[in-house]
Design a protein around this ligand. Structure first.
Ligand SMILES: Cc1cc2nc3c(=O)[nH]c(=O)nc-3n(C[C@H](O)[C@H](O)[C@H](O)COP(=O)(O)OP(=O)(O)OC[C@H]3O[C@@H](n4cnc5c(N)ncnc54)[C@H](O)[C@@H]3O)c2cc1C
Length: 457
């Protein structure tokens, strides 16, 4: 029986600023997913993972969406090698729960790379080539993908890997869902000495200290990132708390819950986050480590990797208008000055969020043609949508990043210009040779990926 879709207008971006009507298919099998991809209807199509992208990269307003959450079966796991084969809708949370349980000595298999939420699908992790706090050690998720099956709009299914169809494989890693529908993937998990972690939090006074701590921590610590007080100015500009962690021998902790235990039930009419609440929070948080300014602890990786996963639908806290996330990376040579300029601009605007994250990225290359990370420093933070002032601020930040030779992250973006995208991703012309004409997205249309840039390639 042919699979049918339903018209829906409740698919929104994680930031809540992008929505639209879609014809949505919810396949429960790989055969149905292929049928949905080739179903007639003329409109373009896009895979939907678990909707954790902040902007329009995961939506296709006016077109079709294939919601992959029903493609949630494990196909094979080799406990000796740690290689897992699964359907594309399996979430990282499912892999943690099923495969990352500690052995009696605490050691075990673990995700090689994880973003700041475990509620993303394997397909979504590949299509955005996600990175985590261990980027300086392990690179992007795509480095650990051994192969994948890709369905194309012409009805074909291609097995891609670094050895077979390597170019299409490279285009699909970080390919923003535009090369086809990933049906399944083979991922190499990482053996860790303990599934628990030992961690250290260190207060620092400014950007020079941040870069010194990052450099000092690279060799010995697997996970590093810093919280930044985005309202601090003058001598305190860039102050924050540096967190570093590593797996700890003999300490095994069971995986956290498959879903958050508490959730925000609806979007508040207005965001409670404003300059005053932000100032109060940031000042208190900066001083949370007491007089010593340093704390060492041993325990669950959940606190290090997934602090936001505790509260379901926390994005609703930003109110009905939603919020934008901004994430950039700037190259090492200019990182110190460019980050200072970005932070000064943000502090002057009085906008920002409680969670601003600064992290250095390593130089391990990704196979992905459009992969976001580059060796340098990455800043990420949210801005409640206040209309024109927020858009003006985002445009100013974008200009600083472009001038610094950096780039913005499509998974987090809703506003960058086509020119900024083109300049930030020099391998774009190569990528455009492998896009599937059936696929499109709000992001693709916004940055001219599905027509102007294709024609120019
Ligand atoms: C709290 C939070 C923290 C985050 N932290 C990080 C972080 O530290 N690092 C980082 O890199 N990202 C981070 N992200 C972003 C997130 O990891 C990415 O946006 C991720 O791609 C979302 O996956 P998803 O399964 O929800 O996919 P969606 O958001 O639904 O889709 C993302 C992209 O994947 C494509 N896609 C999905 N499934 C398939 C498929 N089967 N075949 C082909 N294409 C597919 C979609 O078309 C779309 O282009 C964070 C997001 C949140 C909400």
């Amino acid at each position: 029986m042919p699979i049918s879709g339903s018209r829906r207008s409740d698919y929104r971006s994680w930031g809540g600023t992008v929505a639209g009507e879609h014809l949505v298919y919810r396949p429960r099998s790989l055969a149905d997913a292929r049928a949905a991809l080739t179903a007639t209807g003329g409109a373009s199509v896009l895979a939907y993972g678990n909707g954790r992208s902040y902007g329009d990269v995961g939506l296709n307003p006016g077109g079709r969406l294939i919601d992959c959450r029903g493609l949630d079966r494990f196909i094979e796991f080799d406990r000796q090698t740690g290689i897992v084969t699964c359907e594309a809708g399996v979430r990282l949370a499912d892999i943690l729960a099923a495969l990352c349980r500690p052995d009696p000595d605490g050691s075990g298999w673990f995700l090689p790379v994880s973003p700041g939420t475990r509620f993303v699908t394997v397909g979504g992790a590949i299509a955005n080539d996600v990175h985590g706090k261990n980027h300086h050690r392990e690179g992007c998720f795509g480095r650990h993908v051994l192969g994948l099956d890709l369905a194309r709009g012409d009805g074909s299914v291609l097995s891609c890997s670094p050895q077979s169809q390597p170019d299409l494989f490279a285009a699909t890693i970080g390919g923003l869902g535009l090369t086809g529908l990933i049906l399944s993937a083979r991922v190499q998990l990482r053996r860790v000495v303990g599934t628990g972690v030992e961690a250290e939090d260190i207060r620092f006074a400014g950007l020079d200290d941040f870069f010194a701590l990052a450099a000092e921590s690279e060799a010995g610590w697997e996970y590093t990132a810093a919280w930044i007080d985005c309202l601090a100015t003058g001598a305190a500009l860039g102050r924050g708390i540096f967190s570093r962690a590593r797996h700890h021998a003999g300490i095994g902790v069971p995986p956290p819950a498959l879903d958050p235990k508490i959730a925000i039930p609806f979007a508040l009419p207005l965001s409670p986050l404003n300059r005053l609440t932000l100032l109060a929070f940031n000042t208190a948080y900066f001083h949370k480590l007491g007089r010593r300014g340093r704390r060492r602890w041993v325990g669950s990786y959940e606190k290090v990797l997934y602090p936001l996963d505790k509260i379901g639908d926390w994005n609703r806290l930003y109110g009905a208008r939603g919020f934008f996330q901004f994430q950039c990376v700037v190259p090492n040579t200019v990182a110190r000055d460019a980050i200072a300029e970005l932070l000064a601009r943000i502090a002057a605007s009085g906008q920002g969020s409680m969670l601003a994250v600064l992290k250095t990225m390593g130089d391990l290359p990704s196979p992905g043609l459009l992969s976001f990370p580059m060796a340098g420093a990455s800043l990420a933070l949210d801005f409640p949508d206040t209309g024109a002032p927020t858009r003006q601020l985002l445009a100013a930040l974008e200009a600083i990043v472009v001038a610094a030779g950096g780039r913005l992250y499509p998974a987090k973006d809703s506003v960058m210009s086509a020119e900024t995208f083109r300049r930030g991703y020099p391998r774009l012309p190569e990528f455009l040779r492998y896009t599937d004409p059936a696929m499109s997205s709000g992001f693709a249309r916004r940055v001219g990926l599905d027509n102007r840039l294709r024609e120019a390639a």
